[in-house]
Design a protein around this ligand. Structure first.
Ligand code: SF4
Length: 339
């Protein structure tokens, strides 16, 4: 594996601080970047004479905003590092700062192009996450030079074209009918499997770190079977806990109460819960609930092996309601937005 790390685009930070001239700022980042915030905070303090505070809670995505906390902390702005989208600012306080891998996809794209050609899967859609944002056009051009009909899909909302989240596959679904496969640039199986499940197109993860091309269908199919099994297990639950997240970008109260009302009308006993980090340890404190539905992040429910009872995402909950009504389960992944 190559020795590469995320490079924080510090020039963006300089521009914002020079313009805004704050007195105190907050810094947040995914776990892999947190240690890099320590020297960054010192540099910012020395250069701009501002106070800094590093927010140490998990920051999983642009859904992990801290605009409410920023007010209480008395900071003038927050730099959310490593989760960029198509806009620079979210809410009153949060600026999004790019952090990208400085890695070359050249070799792995040659492998990917050979696979696509051999399997006759053109045209191919190209998707990625924010940490490879600058590379997507270059990847498309490289594939085209290798004789592959490659394209990217238009995003919706604040994402850049070709960008996917773990819960947002608009860019892929917008071109799914025009392509016969996808290449996901990066090393996230969850994102690549999400593209496969949301589009039902063969999807290949082009991993530049291990220099391998992975067909995610076998893992995606296994993931789907597990997600469906949880729904069938939850069907036998008498008491169901529904969780609303307290995270700003994962706060979907209306979905939670809609599911509550549907389940109650179908004879289930429902208890409402609310918390920030939904973990197996926290749910273990509640012994008299048979299954949970979380309306926060689909990864919490579907990408977690540790729960001792069924924990369903919102899309799984919709499938559960259909099953209890005696209808077909349907395709629980046939959505562009999974929350
Ligand atoms: S998948 Fe989860 S962590 Fe990622 S953006 Fe969506 S809600 Fe946030």
């Amino acid at each position: 594996m190559l020795d590469v790390s995320l490079v924080i685009r510090e020039e963006q930070i300089d521009k914002i601080l020079s313009q805004e001239r704050p007195k105190r700022i907050g810094l947040e980042a995914p776990d892999g970047l947190l240690s890099a915030l320590v020297p960054l905070a010192k540099r910012i303090e020395e250069r701009y004479g501002v106070e800094t505070v590093i927010l140490l809670d998990h920051t999983w995505g642009t859904c992990d905003l801290v605009n409410f906390d920023a007010k209480r902390l008395g900071v003038d702005l927050v730099l959310n590092i490593g989760h960029s989208i198509g806009v620079e600012k979210l809410g009153r306080y949060t600026y999004l700062i790019d952090a990208e891998y400085d890695v070359d996809f050249g070799q792995v794209l040659e492998h990917a192009a050979a696979v696509i050609k051999r399997k006759n899967l053109e045209p191919v859609g190209v998707v990625t996450i924010s940490n490879h944002k600058s590379y997507i056009m270059e990847a498309i051009h490289r594939l085209q030079k290798l004789g592959i009909d490659a394209r990217k899909g238009e995003a919706e909302g604040a994402l850049f074209d070709g960008q996917v989240f773990g819960c947002n596959f608009h860019s892929a679904r917008n071109i799914a009918k025009d392509v016969n496969s996808f290449i996901f640039l990066g090393q996230s199986r969850f994102h690549a499997m999400g593209v496969y499940l949301a589009t039902r197109r063969p999807t290949f993860m082009a991993d530049p770190f291990f220099n391998e091309v992975v067909d995610v269908k076998p893992e995606g199919d296994k993931f789907e079977r597990k997600a469906i099994l949880s729904i069938y297990k939850a069907k036998d639950a008498n008491t169901i806990g529904i969780i609303t997240s307290l995270k700003e970008g994962q706060f979907f109260r209306s979905q939670a109460y809609k599911v509550k009302s549907d389940l109650e009308s179908l004879g289930r006993n429902v208890v409402m819960f609310s918390l920030r980090e939904i973990t197996a340890e926290r749910l273990q404190a509640i012994r008299n609930v048979d299954a949970f539905i979380e309306t926060a992040c689909p990864r919490v429910a579907m990408d977690n092996e540790n729960f001792d009872r069924p924990v369903l995402s919102y899309q799984q909950a919709l499938g559960l309601i259909r099953l209890i009504k005696g209808e077909d389960l349907g395709d629980i992944f046939d959505y562009s937005f999974w929350v």
